[in-house]
Design a protein around this ligand. Structure first.
Ligand code: SAJ
Length: 432
């Protein structure tokens, strides 16, 4: 049975089910459609599926035309009905792995996807997990779950982990050009998963186990988290020395080896960098090691929003103004520039702190027409930058969207807190 699967992978006649069609699952589905496979896209949100059936992509990195083209091949179907996955030979799970309120791993999405998979699971199939998770998830959660009813790894099924590597909004690296790490629960699993990804991706890098692949992903994102924490702390040191941290980073960045610039900001947003390292911390503690550096980095990053609000209060104070009653304009609330995604954005706690302190806060973000704060308040994005900037006692740039008018903003330098150095970066990039 599994020999047949290996052949179907090689001649691209097998059917893949991709569970979860978000910023990871949909690009993956399209990539495999374009590689000639038949794909069943599964998502629990029927309304979202209907939009896609009508050729509307809500995923930044997949144009509606690419989606329409994939659907037009007749090899891409969409469903929220588990039994429709019956005919799939390979199941790839691409569901979210957020944190709970106490910043512990929330495995509910993986568990729910597994439950769906089990309704159609049987001999001759392969399962692959792509969701970023704690090391050991594939071996300790998926393997025993998929082995129930007497099914045996390598005799009846194959299992692997392959971390998603997507940098939303980064057009320089289309998905199929990003090397794919693959680690199987057995040699045969690694070979089969590597053959599958090798048919759609330019480069596949195999490792000895799913745990090694899970850890590789966590190293990638923990590396970013810790280095962002370092530069955030360095920025606070520069502030205390009245030094320009941006000038210092630019100078250090001239070193052609052994240095990689990171940039301070109001905190870390997105669905990966602030969260993934906590999956590593969780598992490390369970195995008796306290990952002090990773935990401390998280603390430094989580405290950044408070630091920014303190900076805002200090600037208002120099104008003889209290933050209570001051009119504050926040520019940019998404977690990174030019993407329509406010998830985990540090702008959220900053807006909440400003509200708590009685500031009359307005925001402008062309990507986010409205935003809901934790206290339930809904804020609508203002539109007229010129008017808002003139009226504000303080302007705080949190996200350096390309299409902000930095020339106009630069006129208000005295009341500007530019957490991204966006104004001087933009003005320097303009032709003289
Ligand atoms: N940030 C800083 N300073 C920096 C870099 C980033 O404050 O020097 C902040 C950003 O403003 C943002 C957050 O960190 O709020 C995350 O930034 P990011 O560039 O890592 O953006 P993500 O989370 O969309 O994408 C990352 C991928 N980014 C890159 O490789 C550049 C990568 O780490 C992962 O492949 C991906 O998440 C993922 O899906 O895991």
């Amino acid at each position: 049975m599994l020999n047949q699967l290996q052949k179907q992978i090689e001649n691209r006649s097998c059917t893949l089910a991709i569970l979860g069609l978000g910023y990871v699952g949909l690009p993956l589905a399209i990539t495999f459609v374009n590689a000639g496979y038949r794909i069943i896209g599964y998502d629990i949100n029927p309304e979202y599926l209907n939009q896609m059936r009508n050729g509307i992509s809500k995923i930044l990195d997949i144009s509606s035309q690419e989606l329409k083209d994939a659907l037009a091949t007749g090899r891409f179907s969409l469903t929220s009905v588990p039994s429709d996955l019956e005919g799939a030979d390979v199941h790839i799970i691409c569901v979210p792995t957020p944190l709970s309120k106490s910043r512990q791993p929330d495995m509910s999405y993986i568990e729910s996807a597994l439950a769906t998979l089990l309704t159609v699971w049987g001999p001759g199939k392969m399962a692959i997990l792509e969701s970023t998770t704690y090391p050991g998830t594939t071996q300790e959660l998926l393997l025993p779950t998929l082995s129930r009813n007497g099914l045996k790894l390598d005799e009846d099924f194959l299992l692997a982990f392959s971390p998603e590597r997507v940098d939303p909004g980064n057009h320089k690296f289309p998905l199929h050009r990003i090397p794919k790490v693959v680690g199987g629960s057995s040699k045969a699993s690694t070979q089969a998963a590597a053959a599958l990804y090798g048919a759609a991706f330019e480069q596949v890098h195999t490792v000895s186990s799913p745990t090694a692949a899970e850890l590789a992903k966590l190293l990638e994102n923990t590396f970013r988290n810790v280095n962002i924490a370092l530069v955030n702390e360095f920025a606070q040191i520069c502030d205390s020395l009245k030094a320009d941290v941006w000038e210092v980073i630019e100078a250090a960045g001239t070193k052609p080896f052994g240095f990689m610039p990171f940039f301070p900001g109001p905190g870390i947003g997105g669905h990966c960098i602030p969260l993934d390292p906590q999956y590593l911390v969780y598992k490390s503690r369970l195995h008796g090691y306290e990952p002090r550096l990773v935990a401390l980095a998280d603390q430094i990053n989580v405290e950044r929003p408070r630091y920014v609000v303190q900076q805002a209060m200090d600037i208002l104070n120099t104008q003889g103004k209290a933050i209570n009653g001051a009119r504050v304009l926040v520019l940019g609330v998404t977690y990174k520039p030019d993407v329509p995604d406010p998830r985990e954005s540090p702008a959220l706690p900053i807006l909440e702190f400003l509200a708590e302190k009685g500031a009359d806060t307005h925001y402008i973000d062309p990507w986010i027409p409205s935003i809901r704060l934790k206290n339930g308040d809904e804020m609508l994005s203002a539109r007229d930058l010129k008017e808002e900037a003139a009226e504000a006692d303080l302007i705080i740039i949190l996200t350096a969207h390309q299409n902000f008018d930095y020339e106009l903003i630069s006129k208000y330098g005295k009341k500007l807190l530019d957490t991204r150095n966006a104004v001087s970066t933009s003005l320097r990039q303009q032709p003289n």
